[in-house]
Design a protein around this ligand. Structure first.
Ligand SMILES: [Zn+2]
Length: 150
């Protein structure tokens, strides 16, 4: 497995694991890798900035705790399920507005009637997701196509 630092067309940086350089090339060429922030599929390897240059650039960015992924091992007979997950993911992406890491805050504002009701998606920690559910905010995890894990 090789880990690459990637960047999308919108400048979001993230990391993903690939079986090999060839696997990376194939997945990028076939748009199987999407940005976890905006779901964009125009992905390229990020040029790693030297640590010194990064330090003054992002003093206020808190590292986001990587959420644990629920994964399943499916046999070849179940590949239809993988397609369904991919399709469901596509439909949710098409029907929602990406609010990124503002998800928890925005979901609460909508729940409390402080923001217009609309379908949104984004990222939140497992802890925050649990808190939202406890507060009665009807969120749901998004099914992730296997290529999106990473
Ligand atoms: Zn992006």
């Amino acid at each position: 497995m090789i880990r690459f630092a990637l960047v999308c067309a919108n400048g979001h940086e993230f990391e993903s694991w690939f079986a090999s350089n060839e696997s990376y090339g194939f997945q990028i060429a076939n748009k199987l890798v999407s940005c976890p922030f905006c779901n964009g599929t125009e992905i390229a390897k990020a040029v790693m900035a030297p640590a010194v240059a990064r330090a003054d650039r992002a003093p206020s960015i808190k590292p986001v705790e990587a959420p644990k992924q629920n994964v399943a091992l499916l046999g070849e007979a179940d590949r239809g399920l993988r397609e369904m997950a991919r399709e469901l993911n596509r439909k949710i992406v098409a029907a929602t507005v990406d609010v990124g890491t503002e998800f928890a805050r925005e979901a609460r504002r909508i729940h409390d009637g402080e923001a217009p009701e609309r379908p949104i998606r984004g990222q939140t920690s497992a802890e925050e997701a649990r808190a939202l559910l406890d507060e009665g905010v009807a969120i749901m995890p998004m099914p992730a196509p296997p290529e999106d894990l990473g």
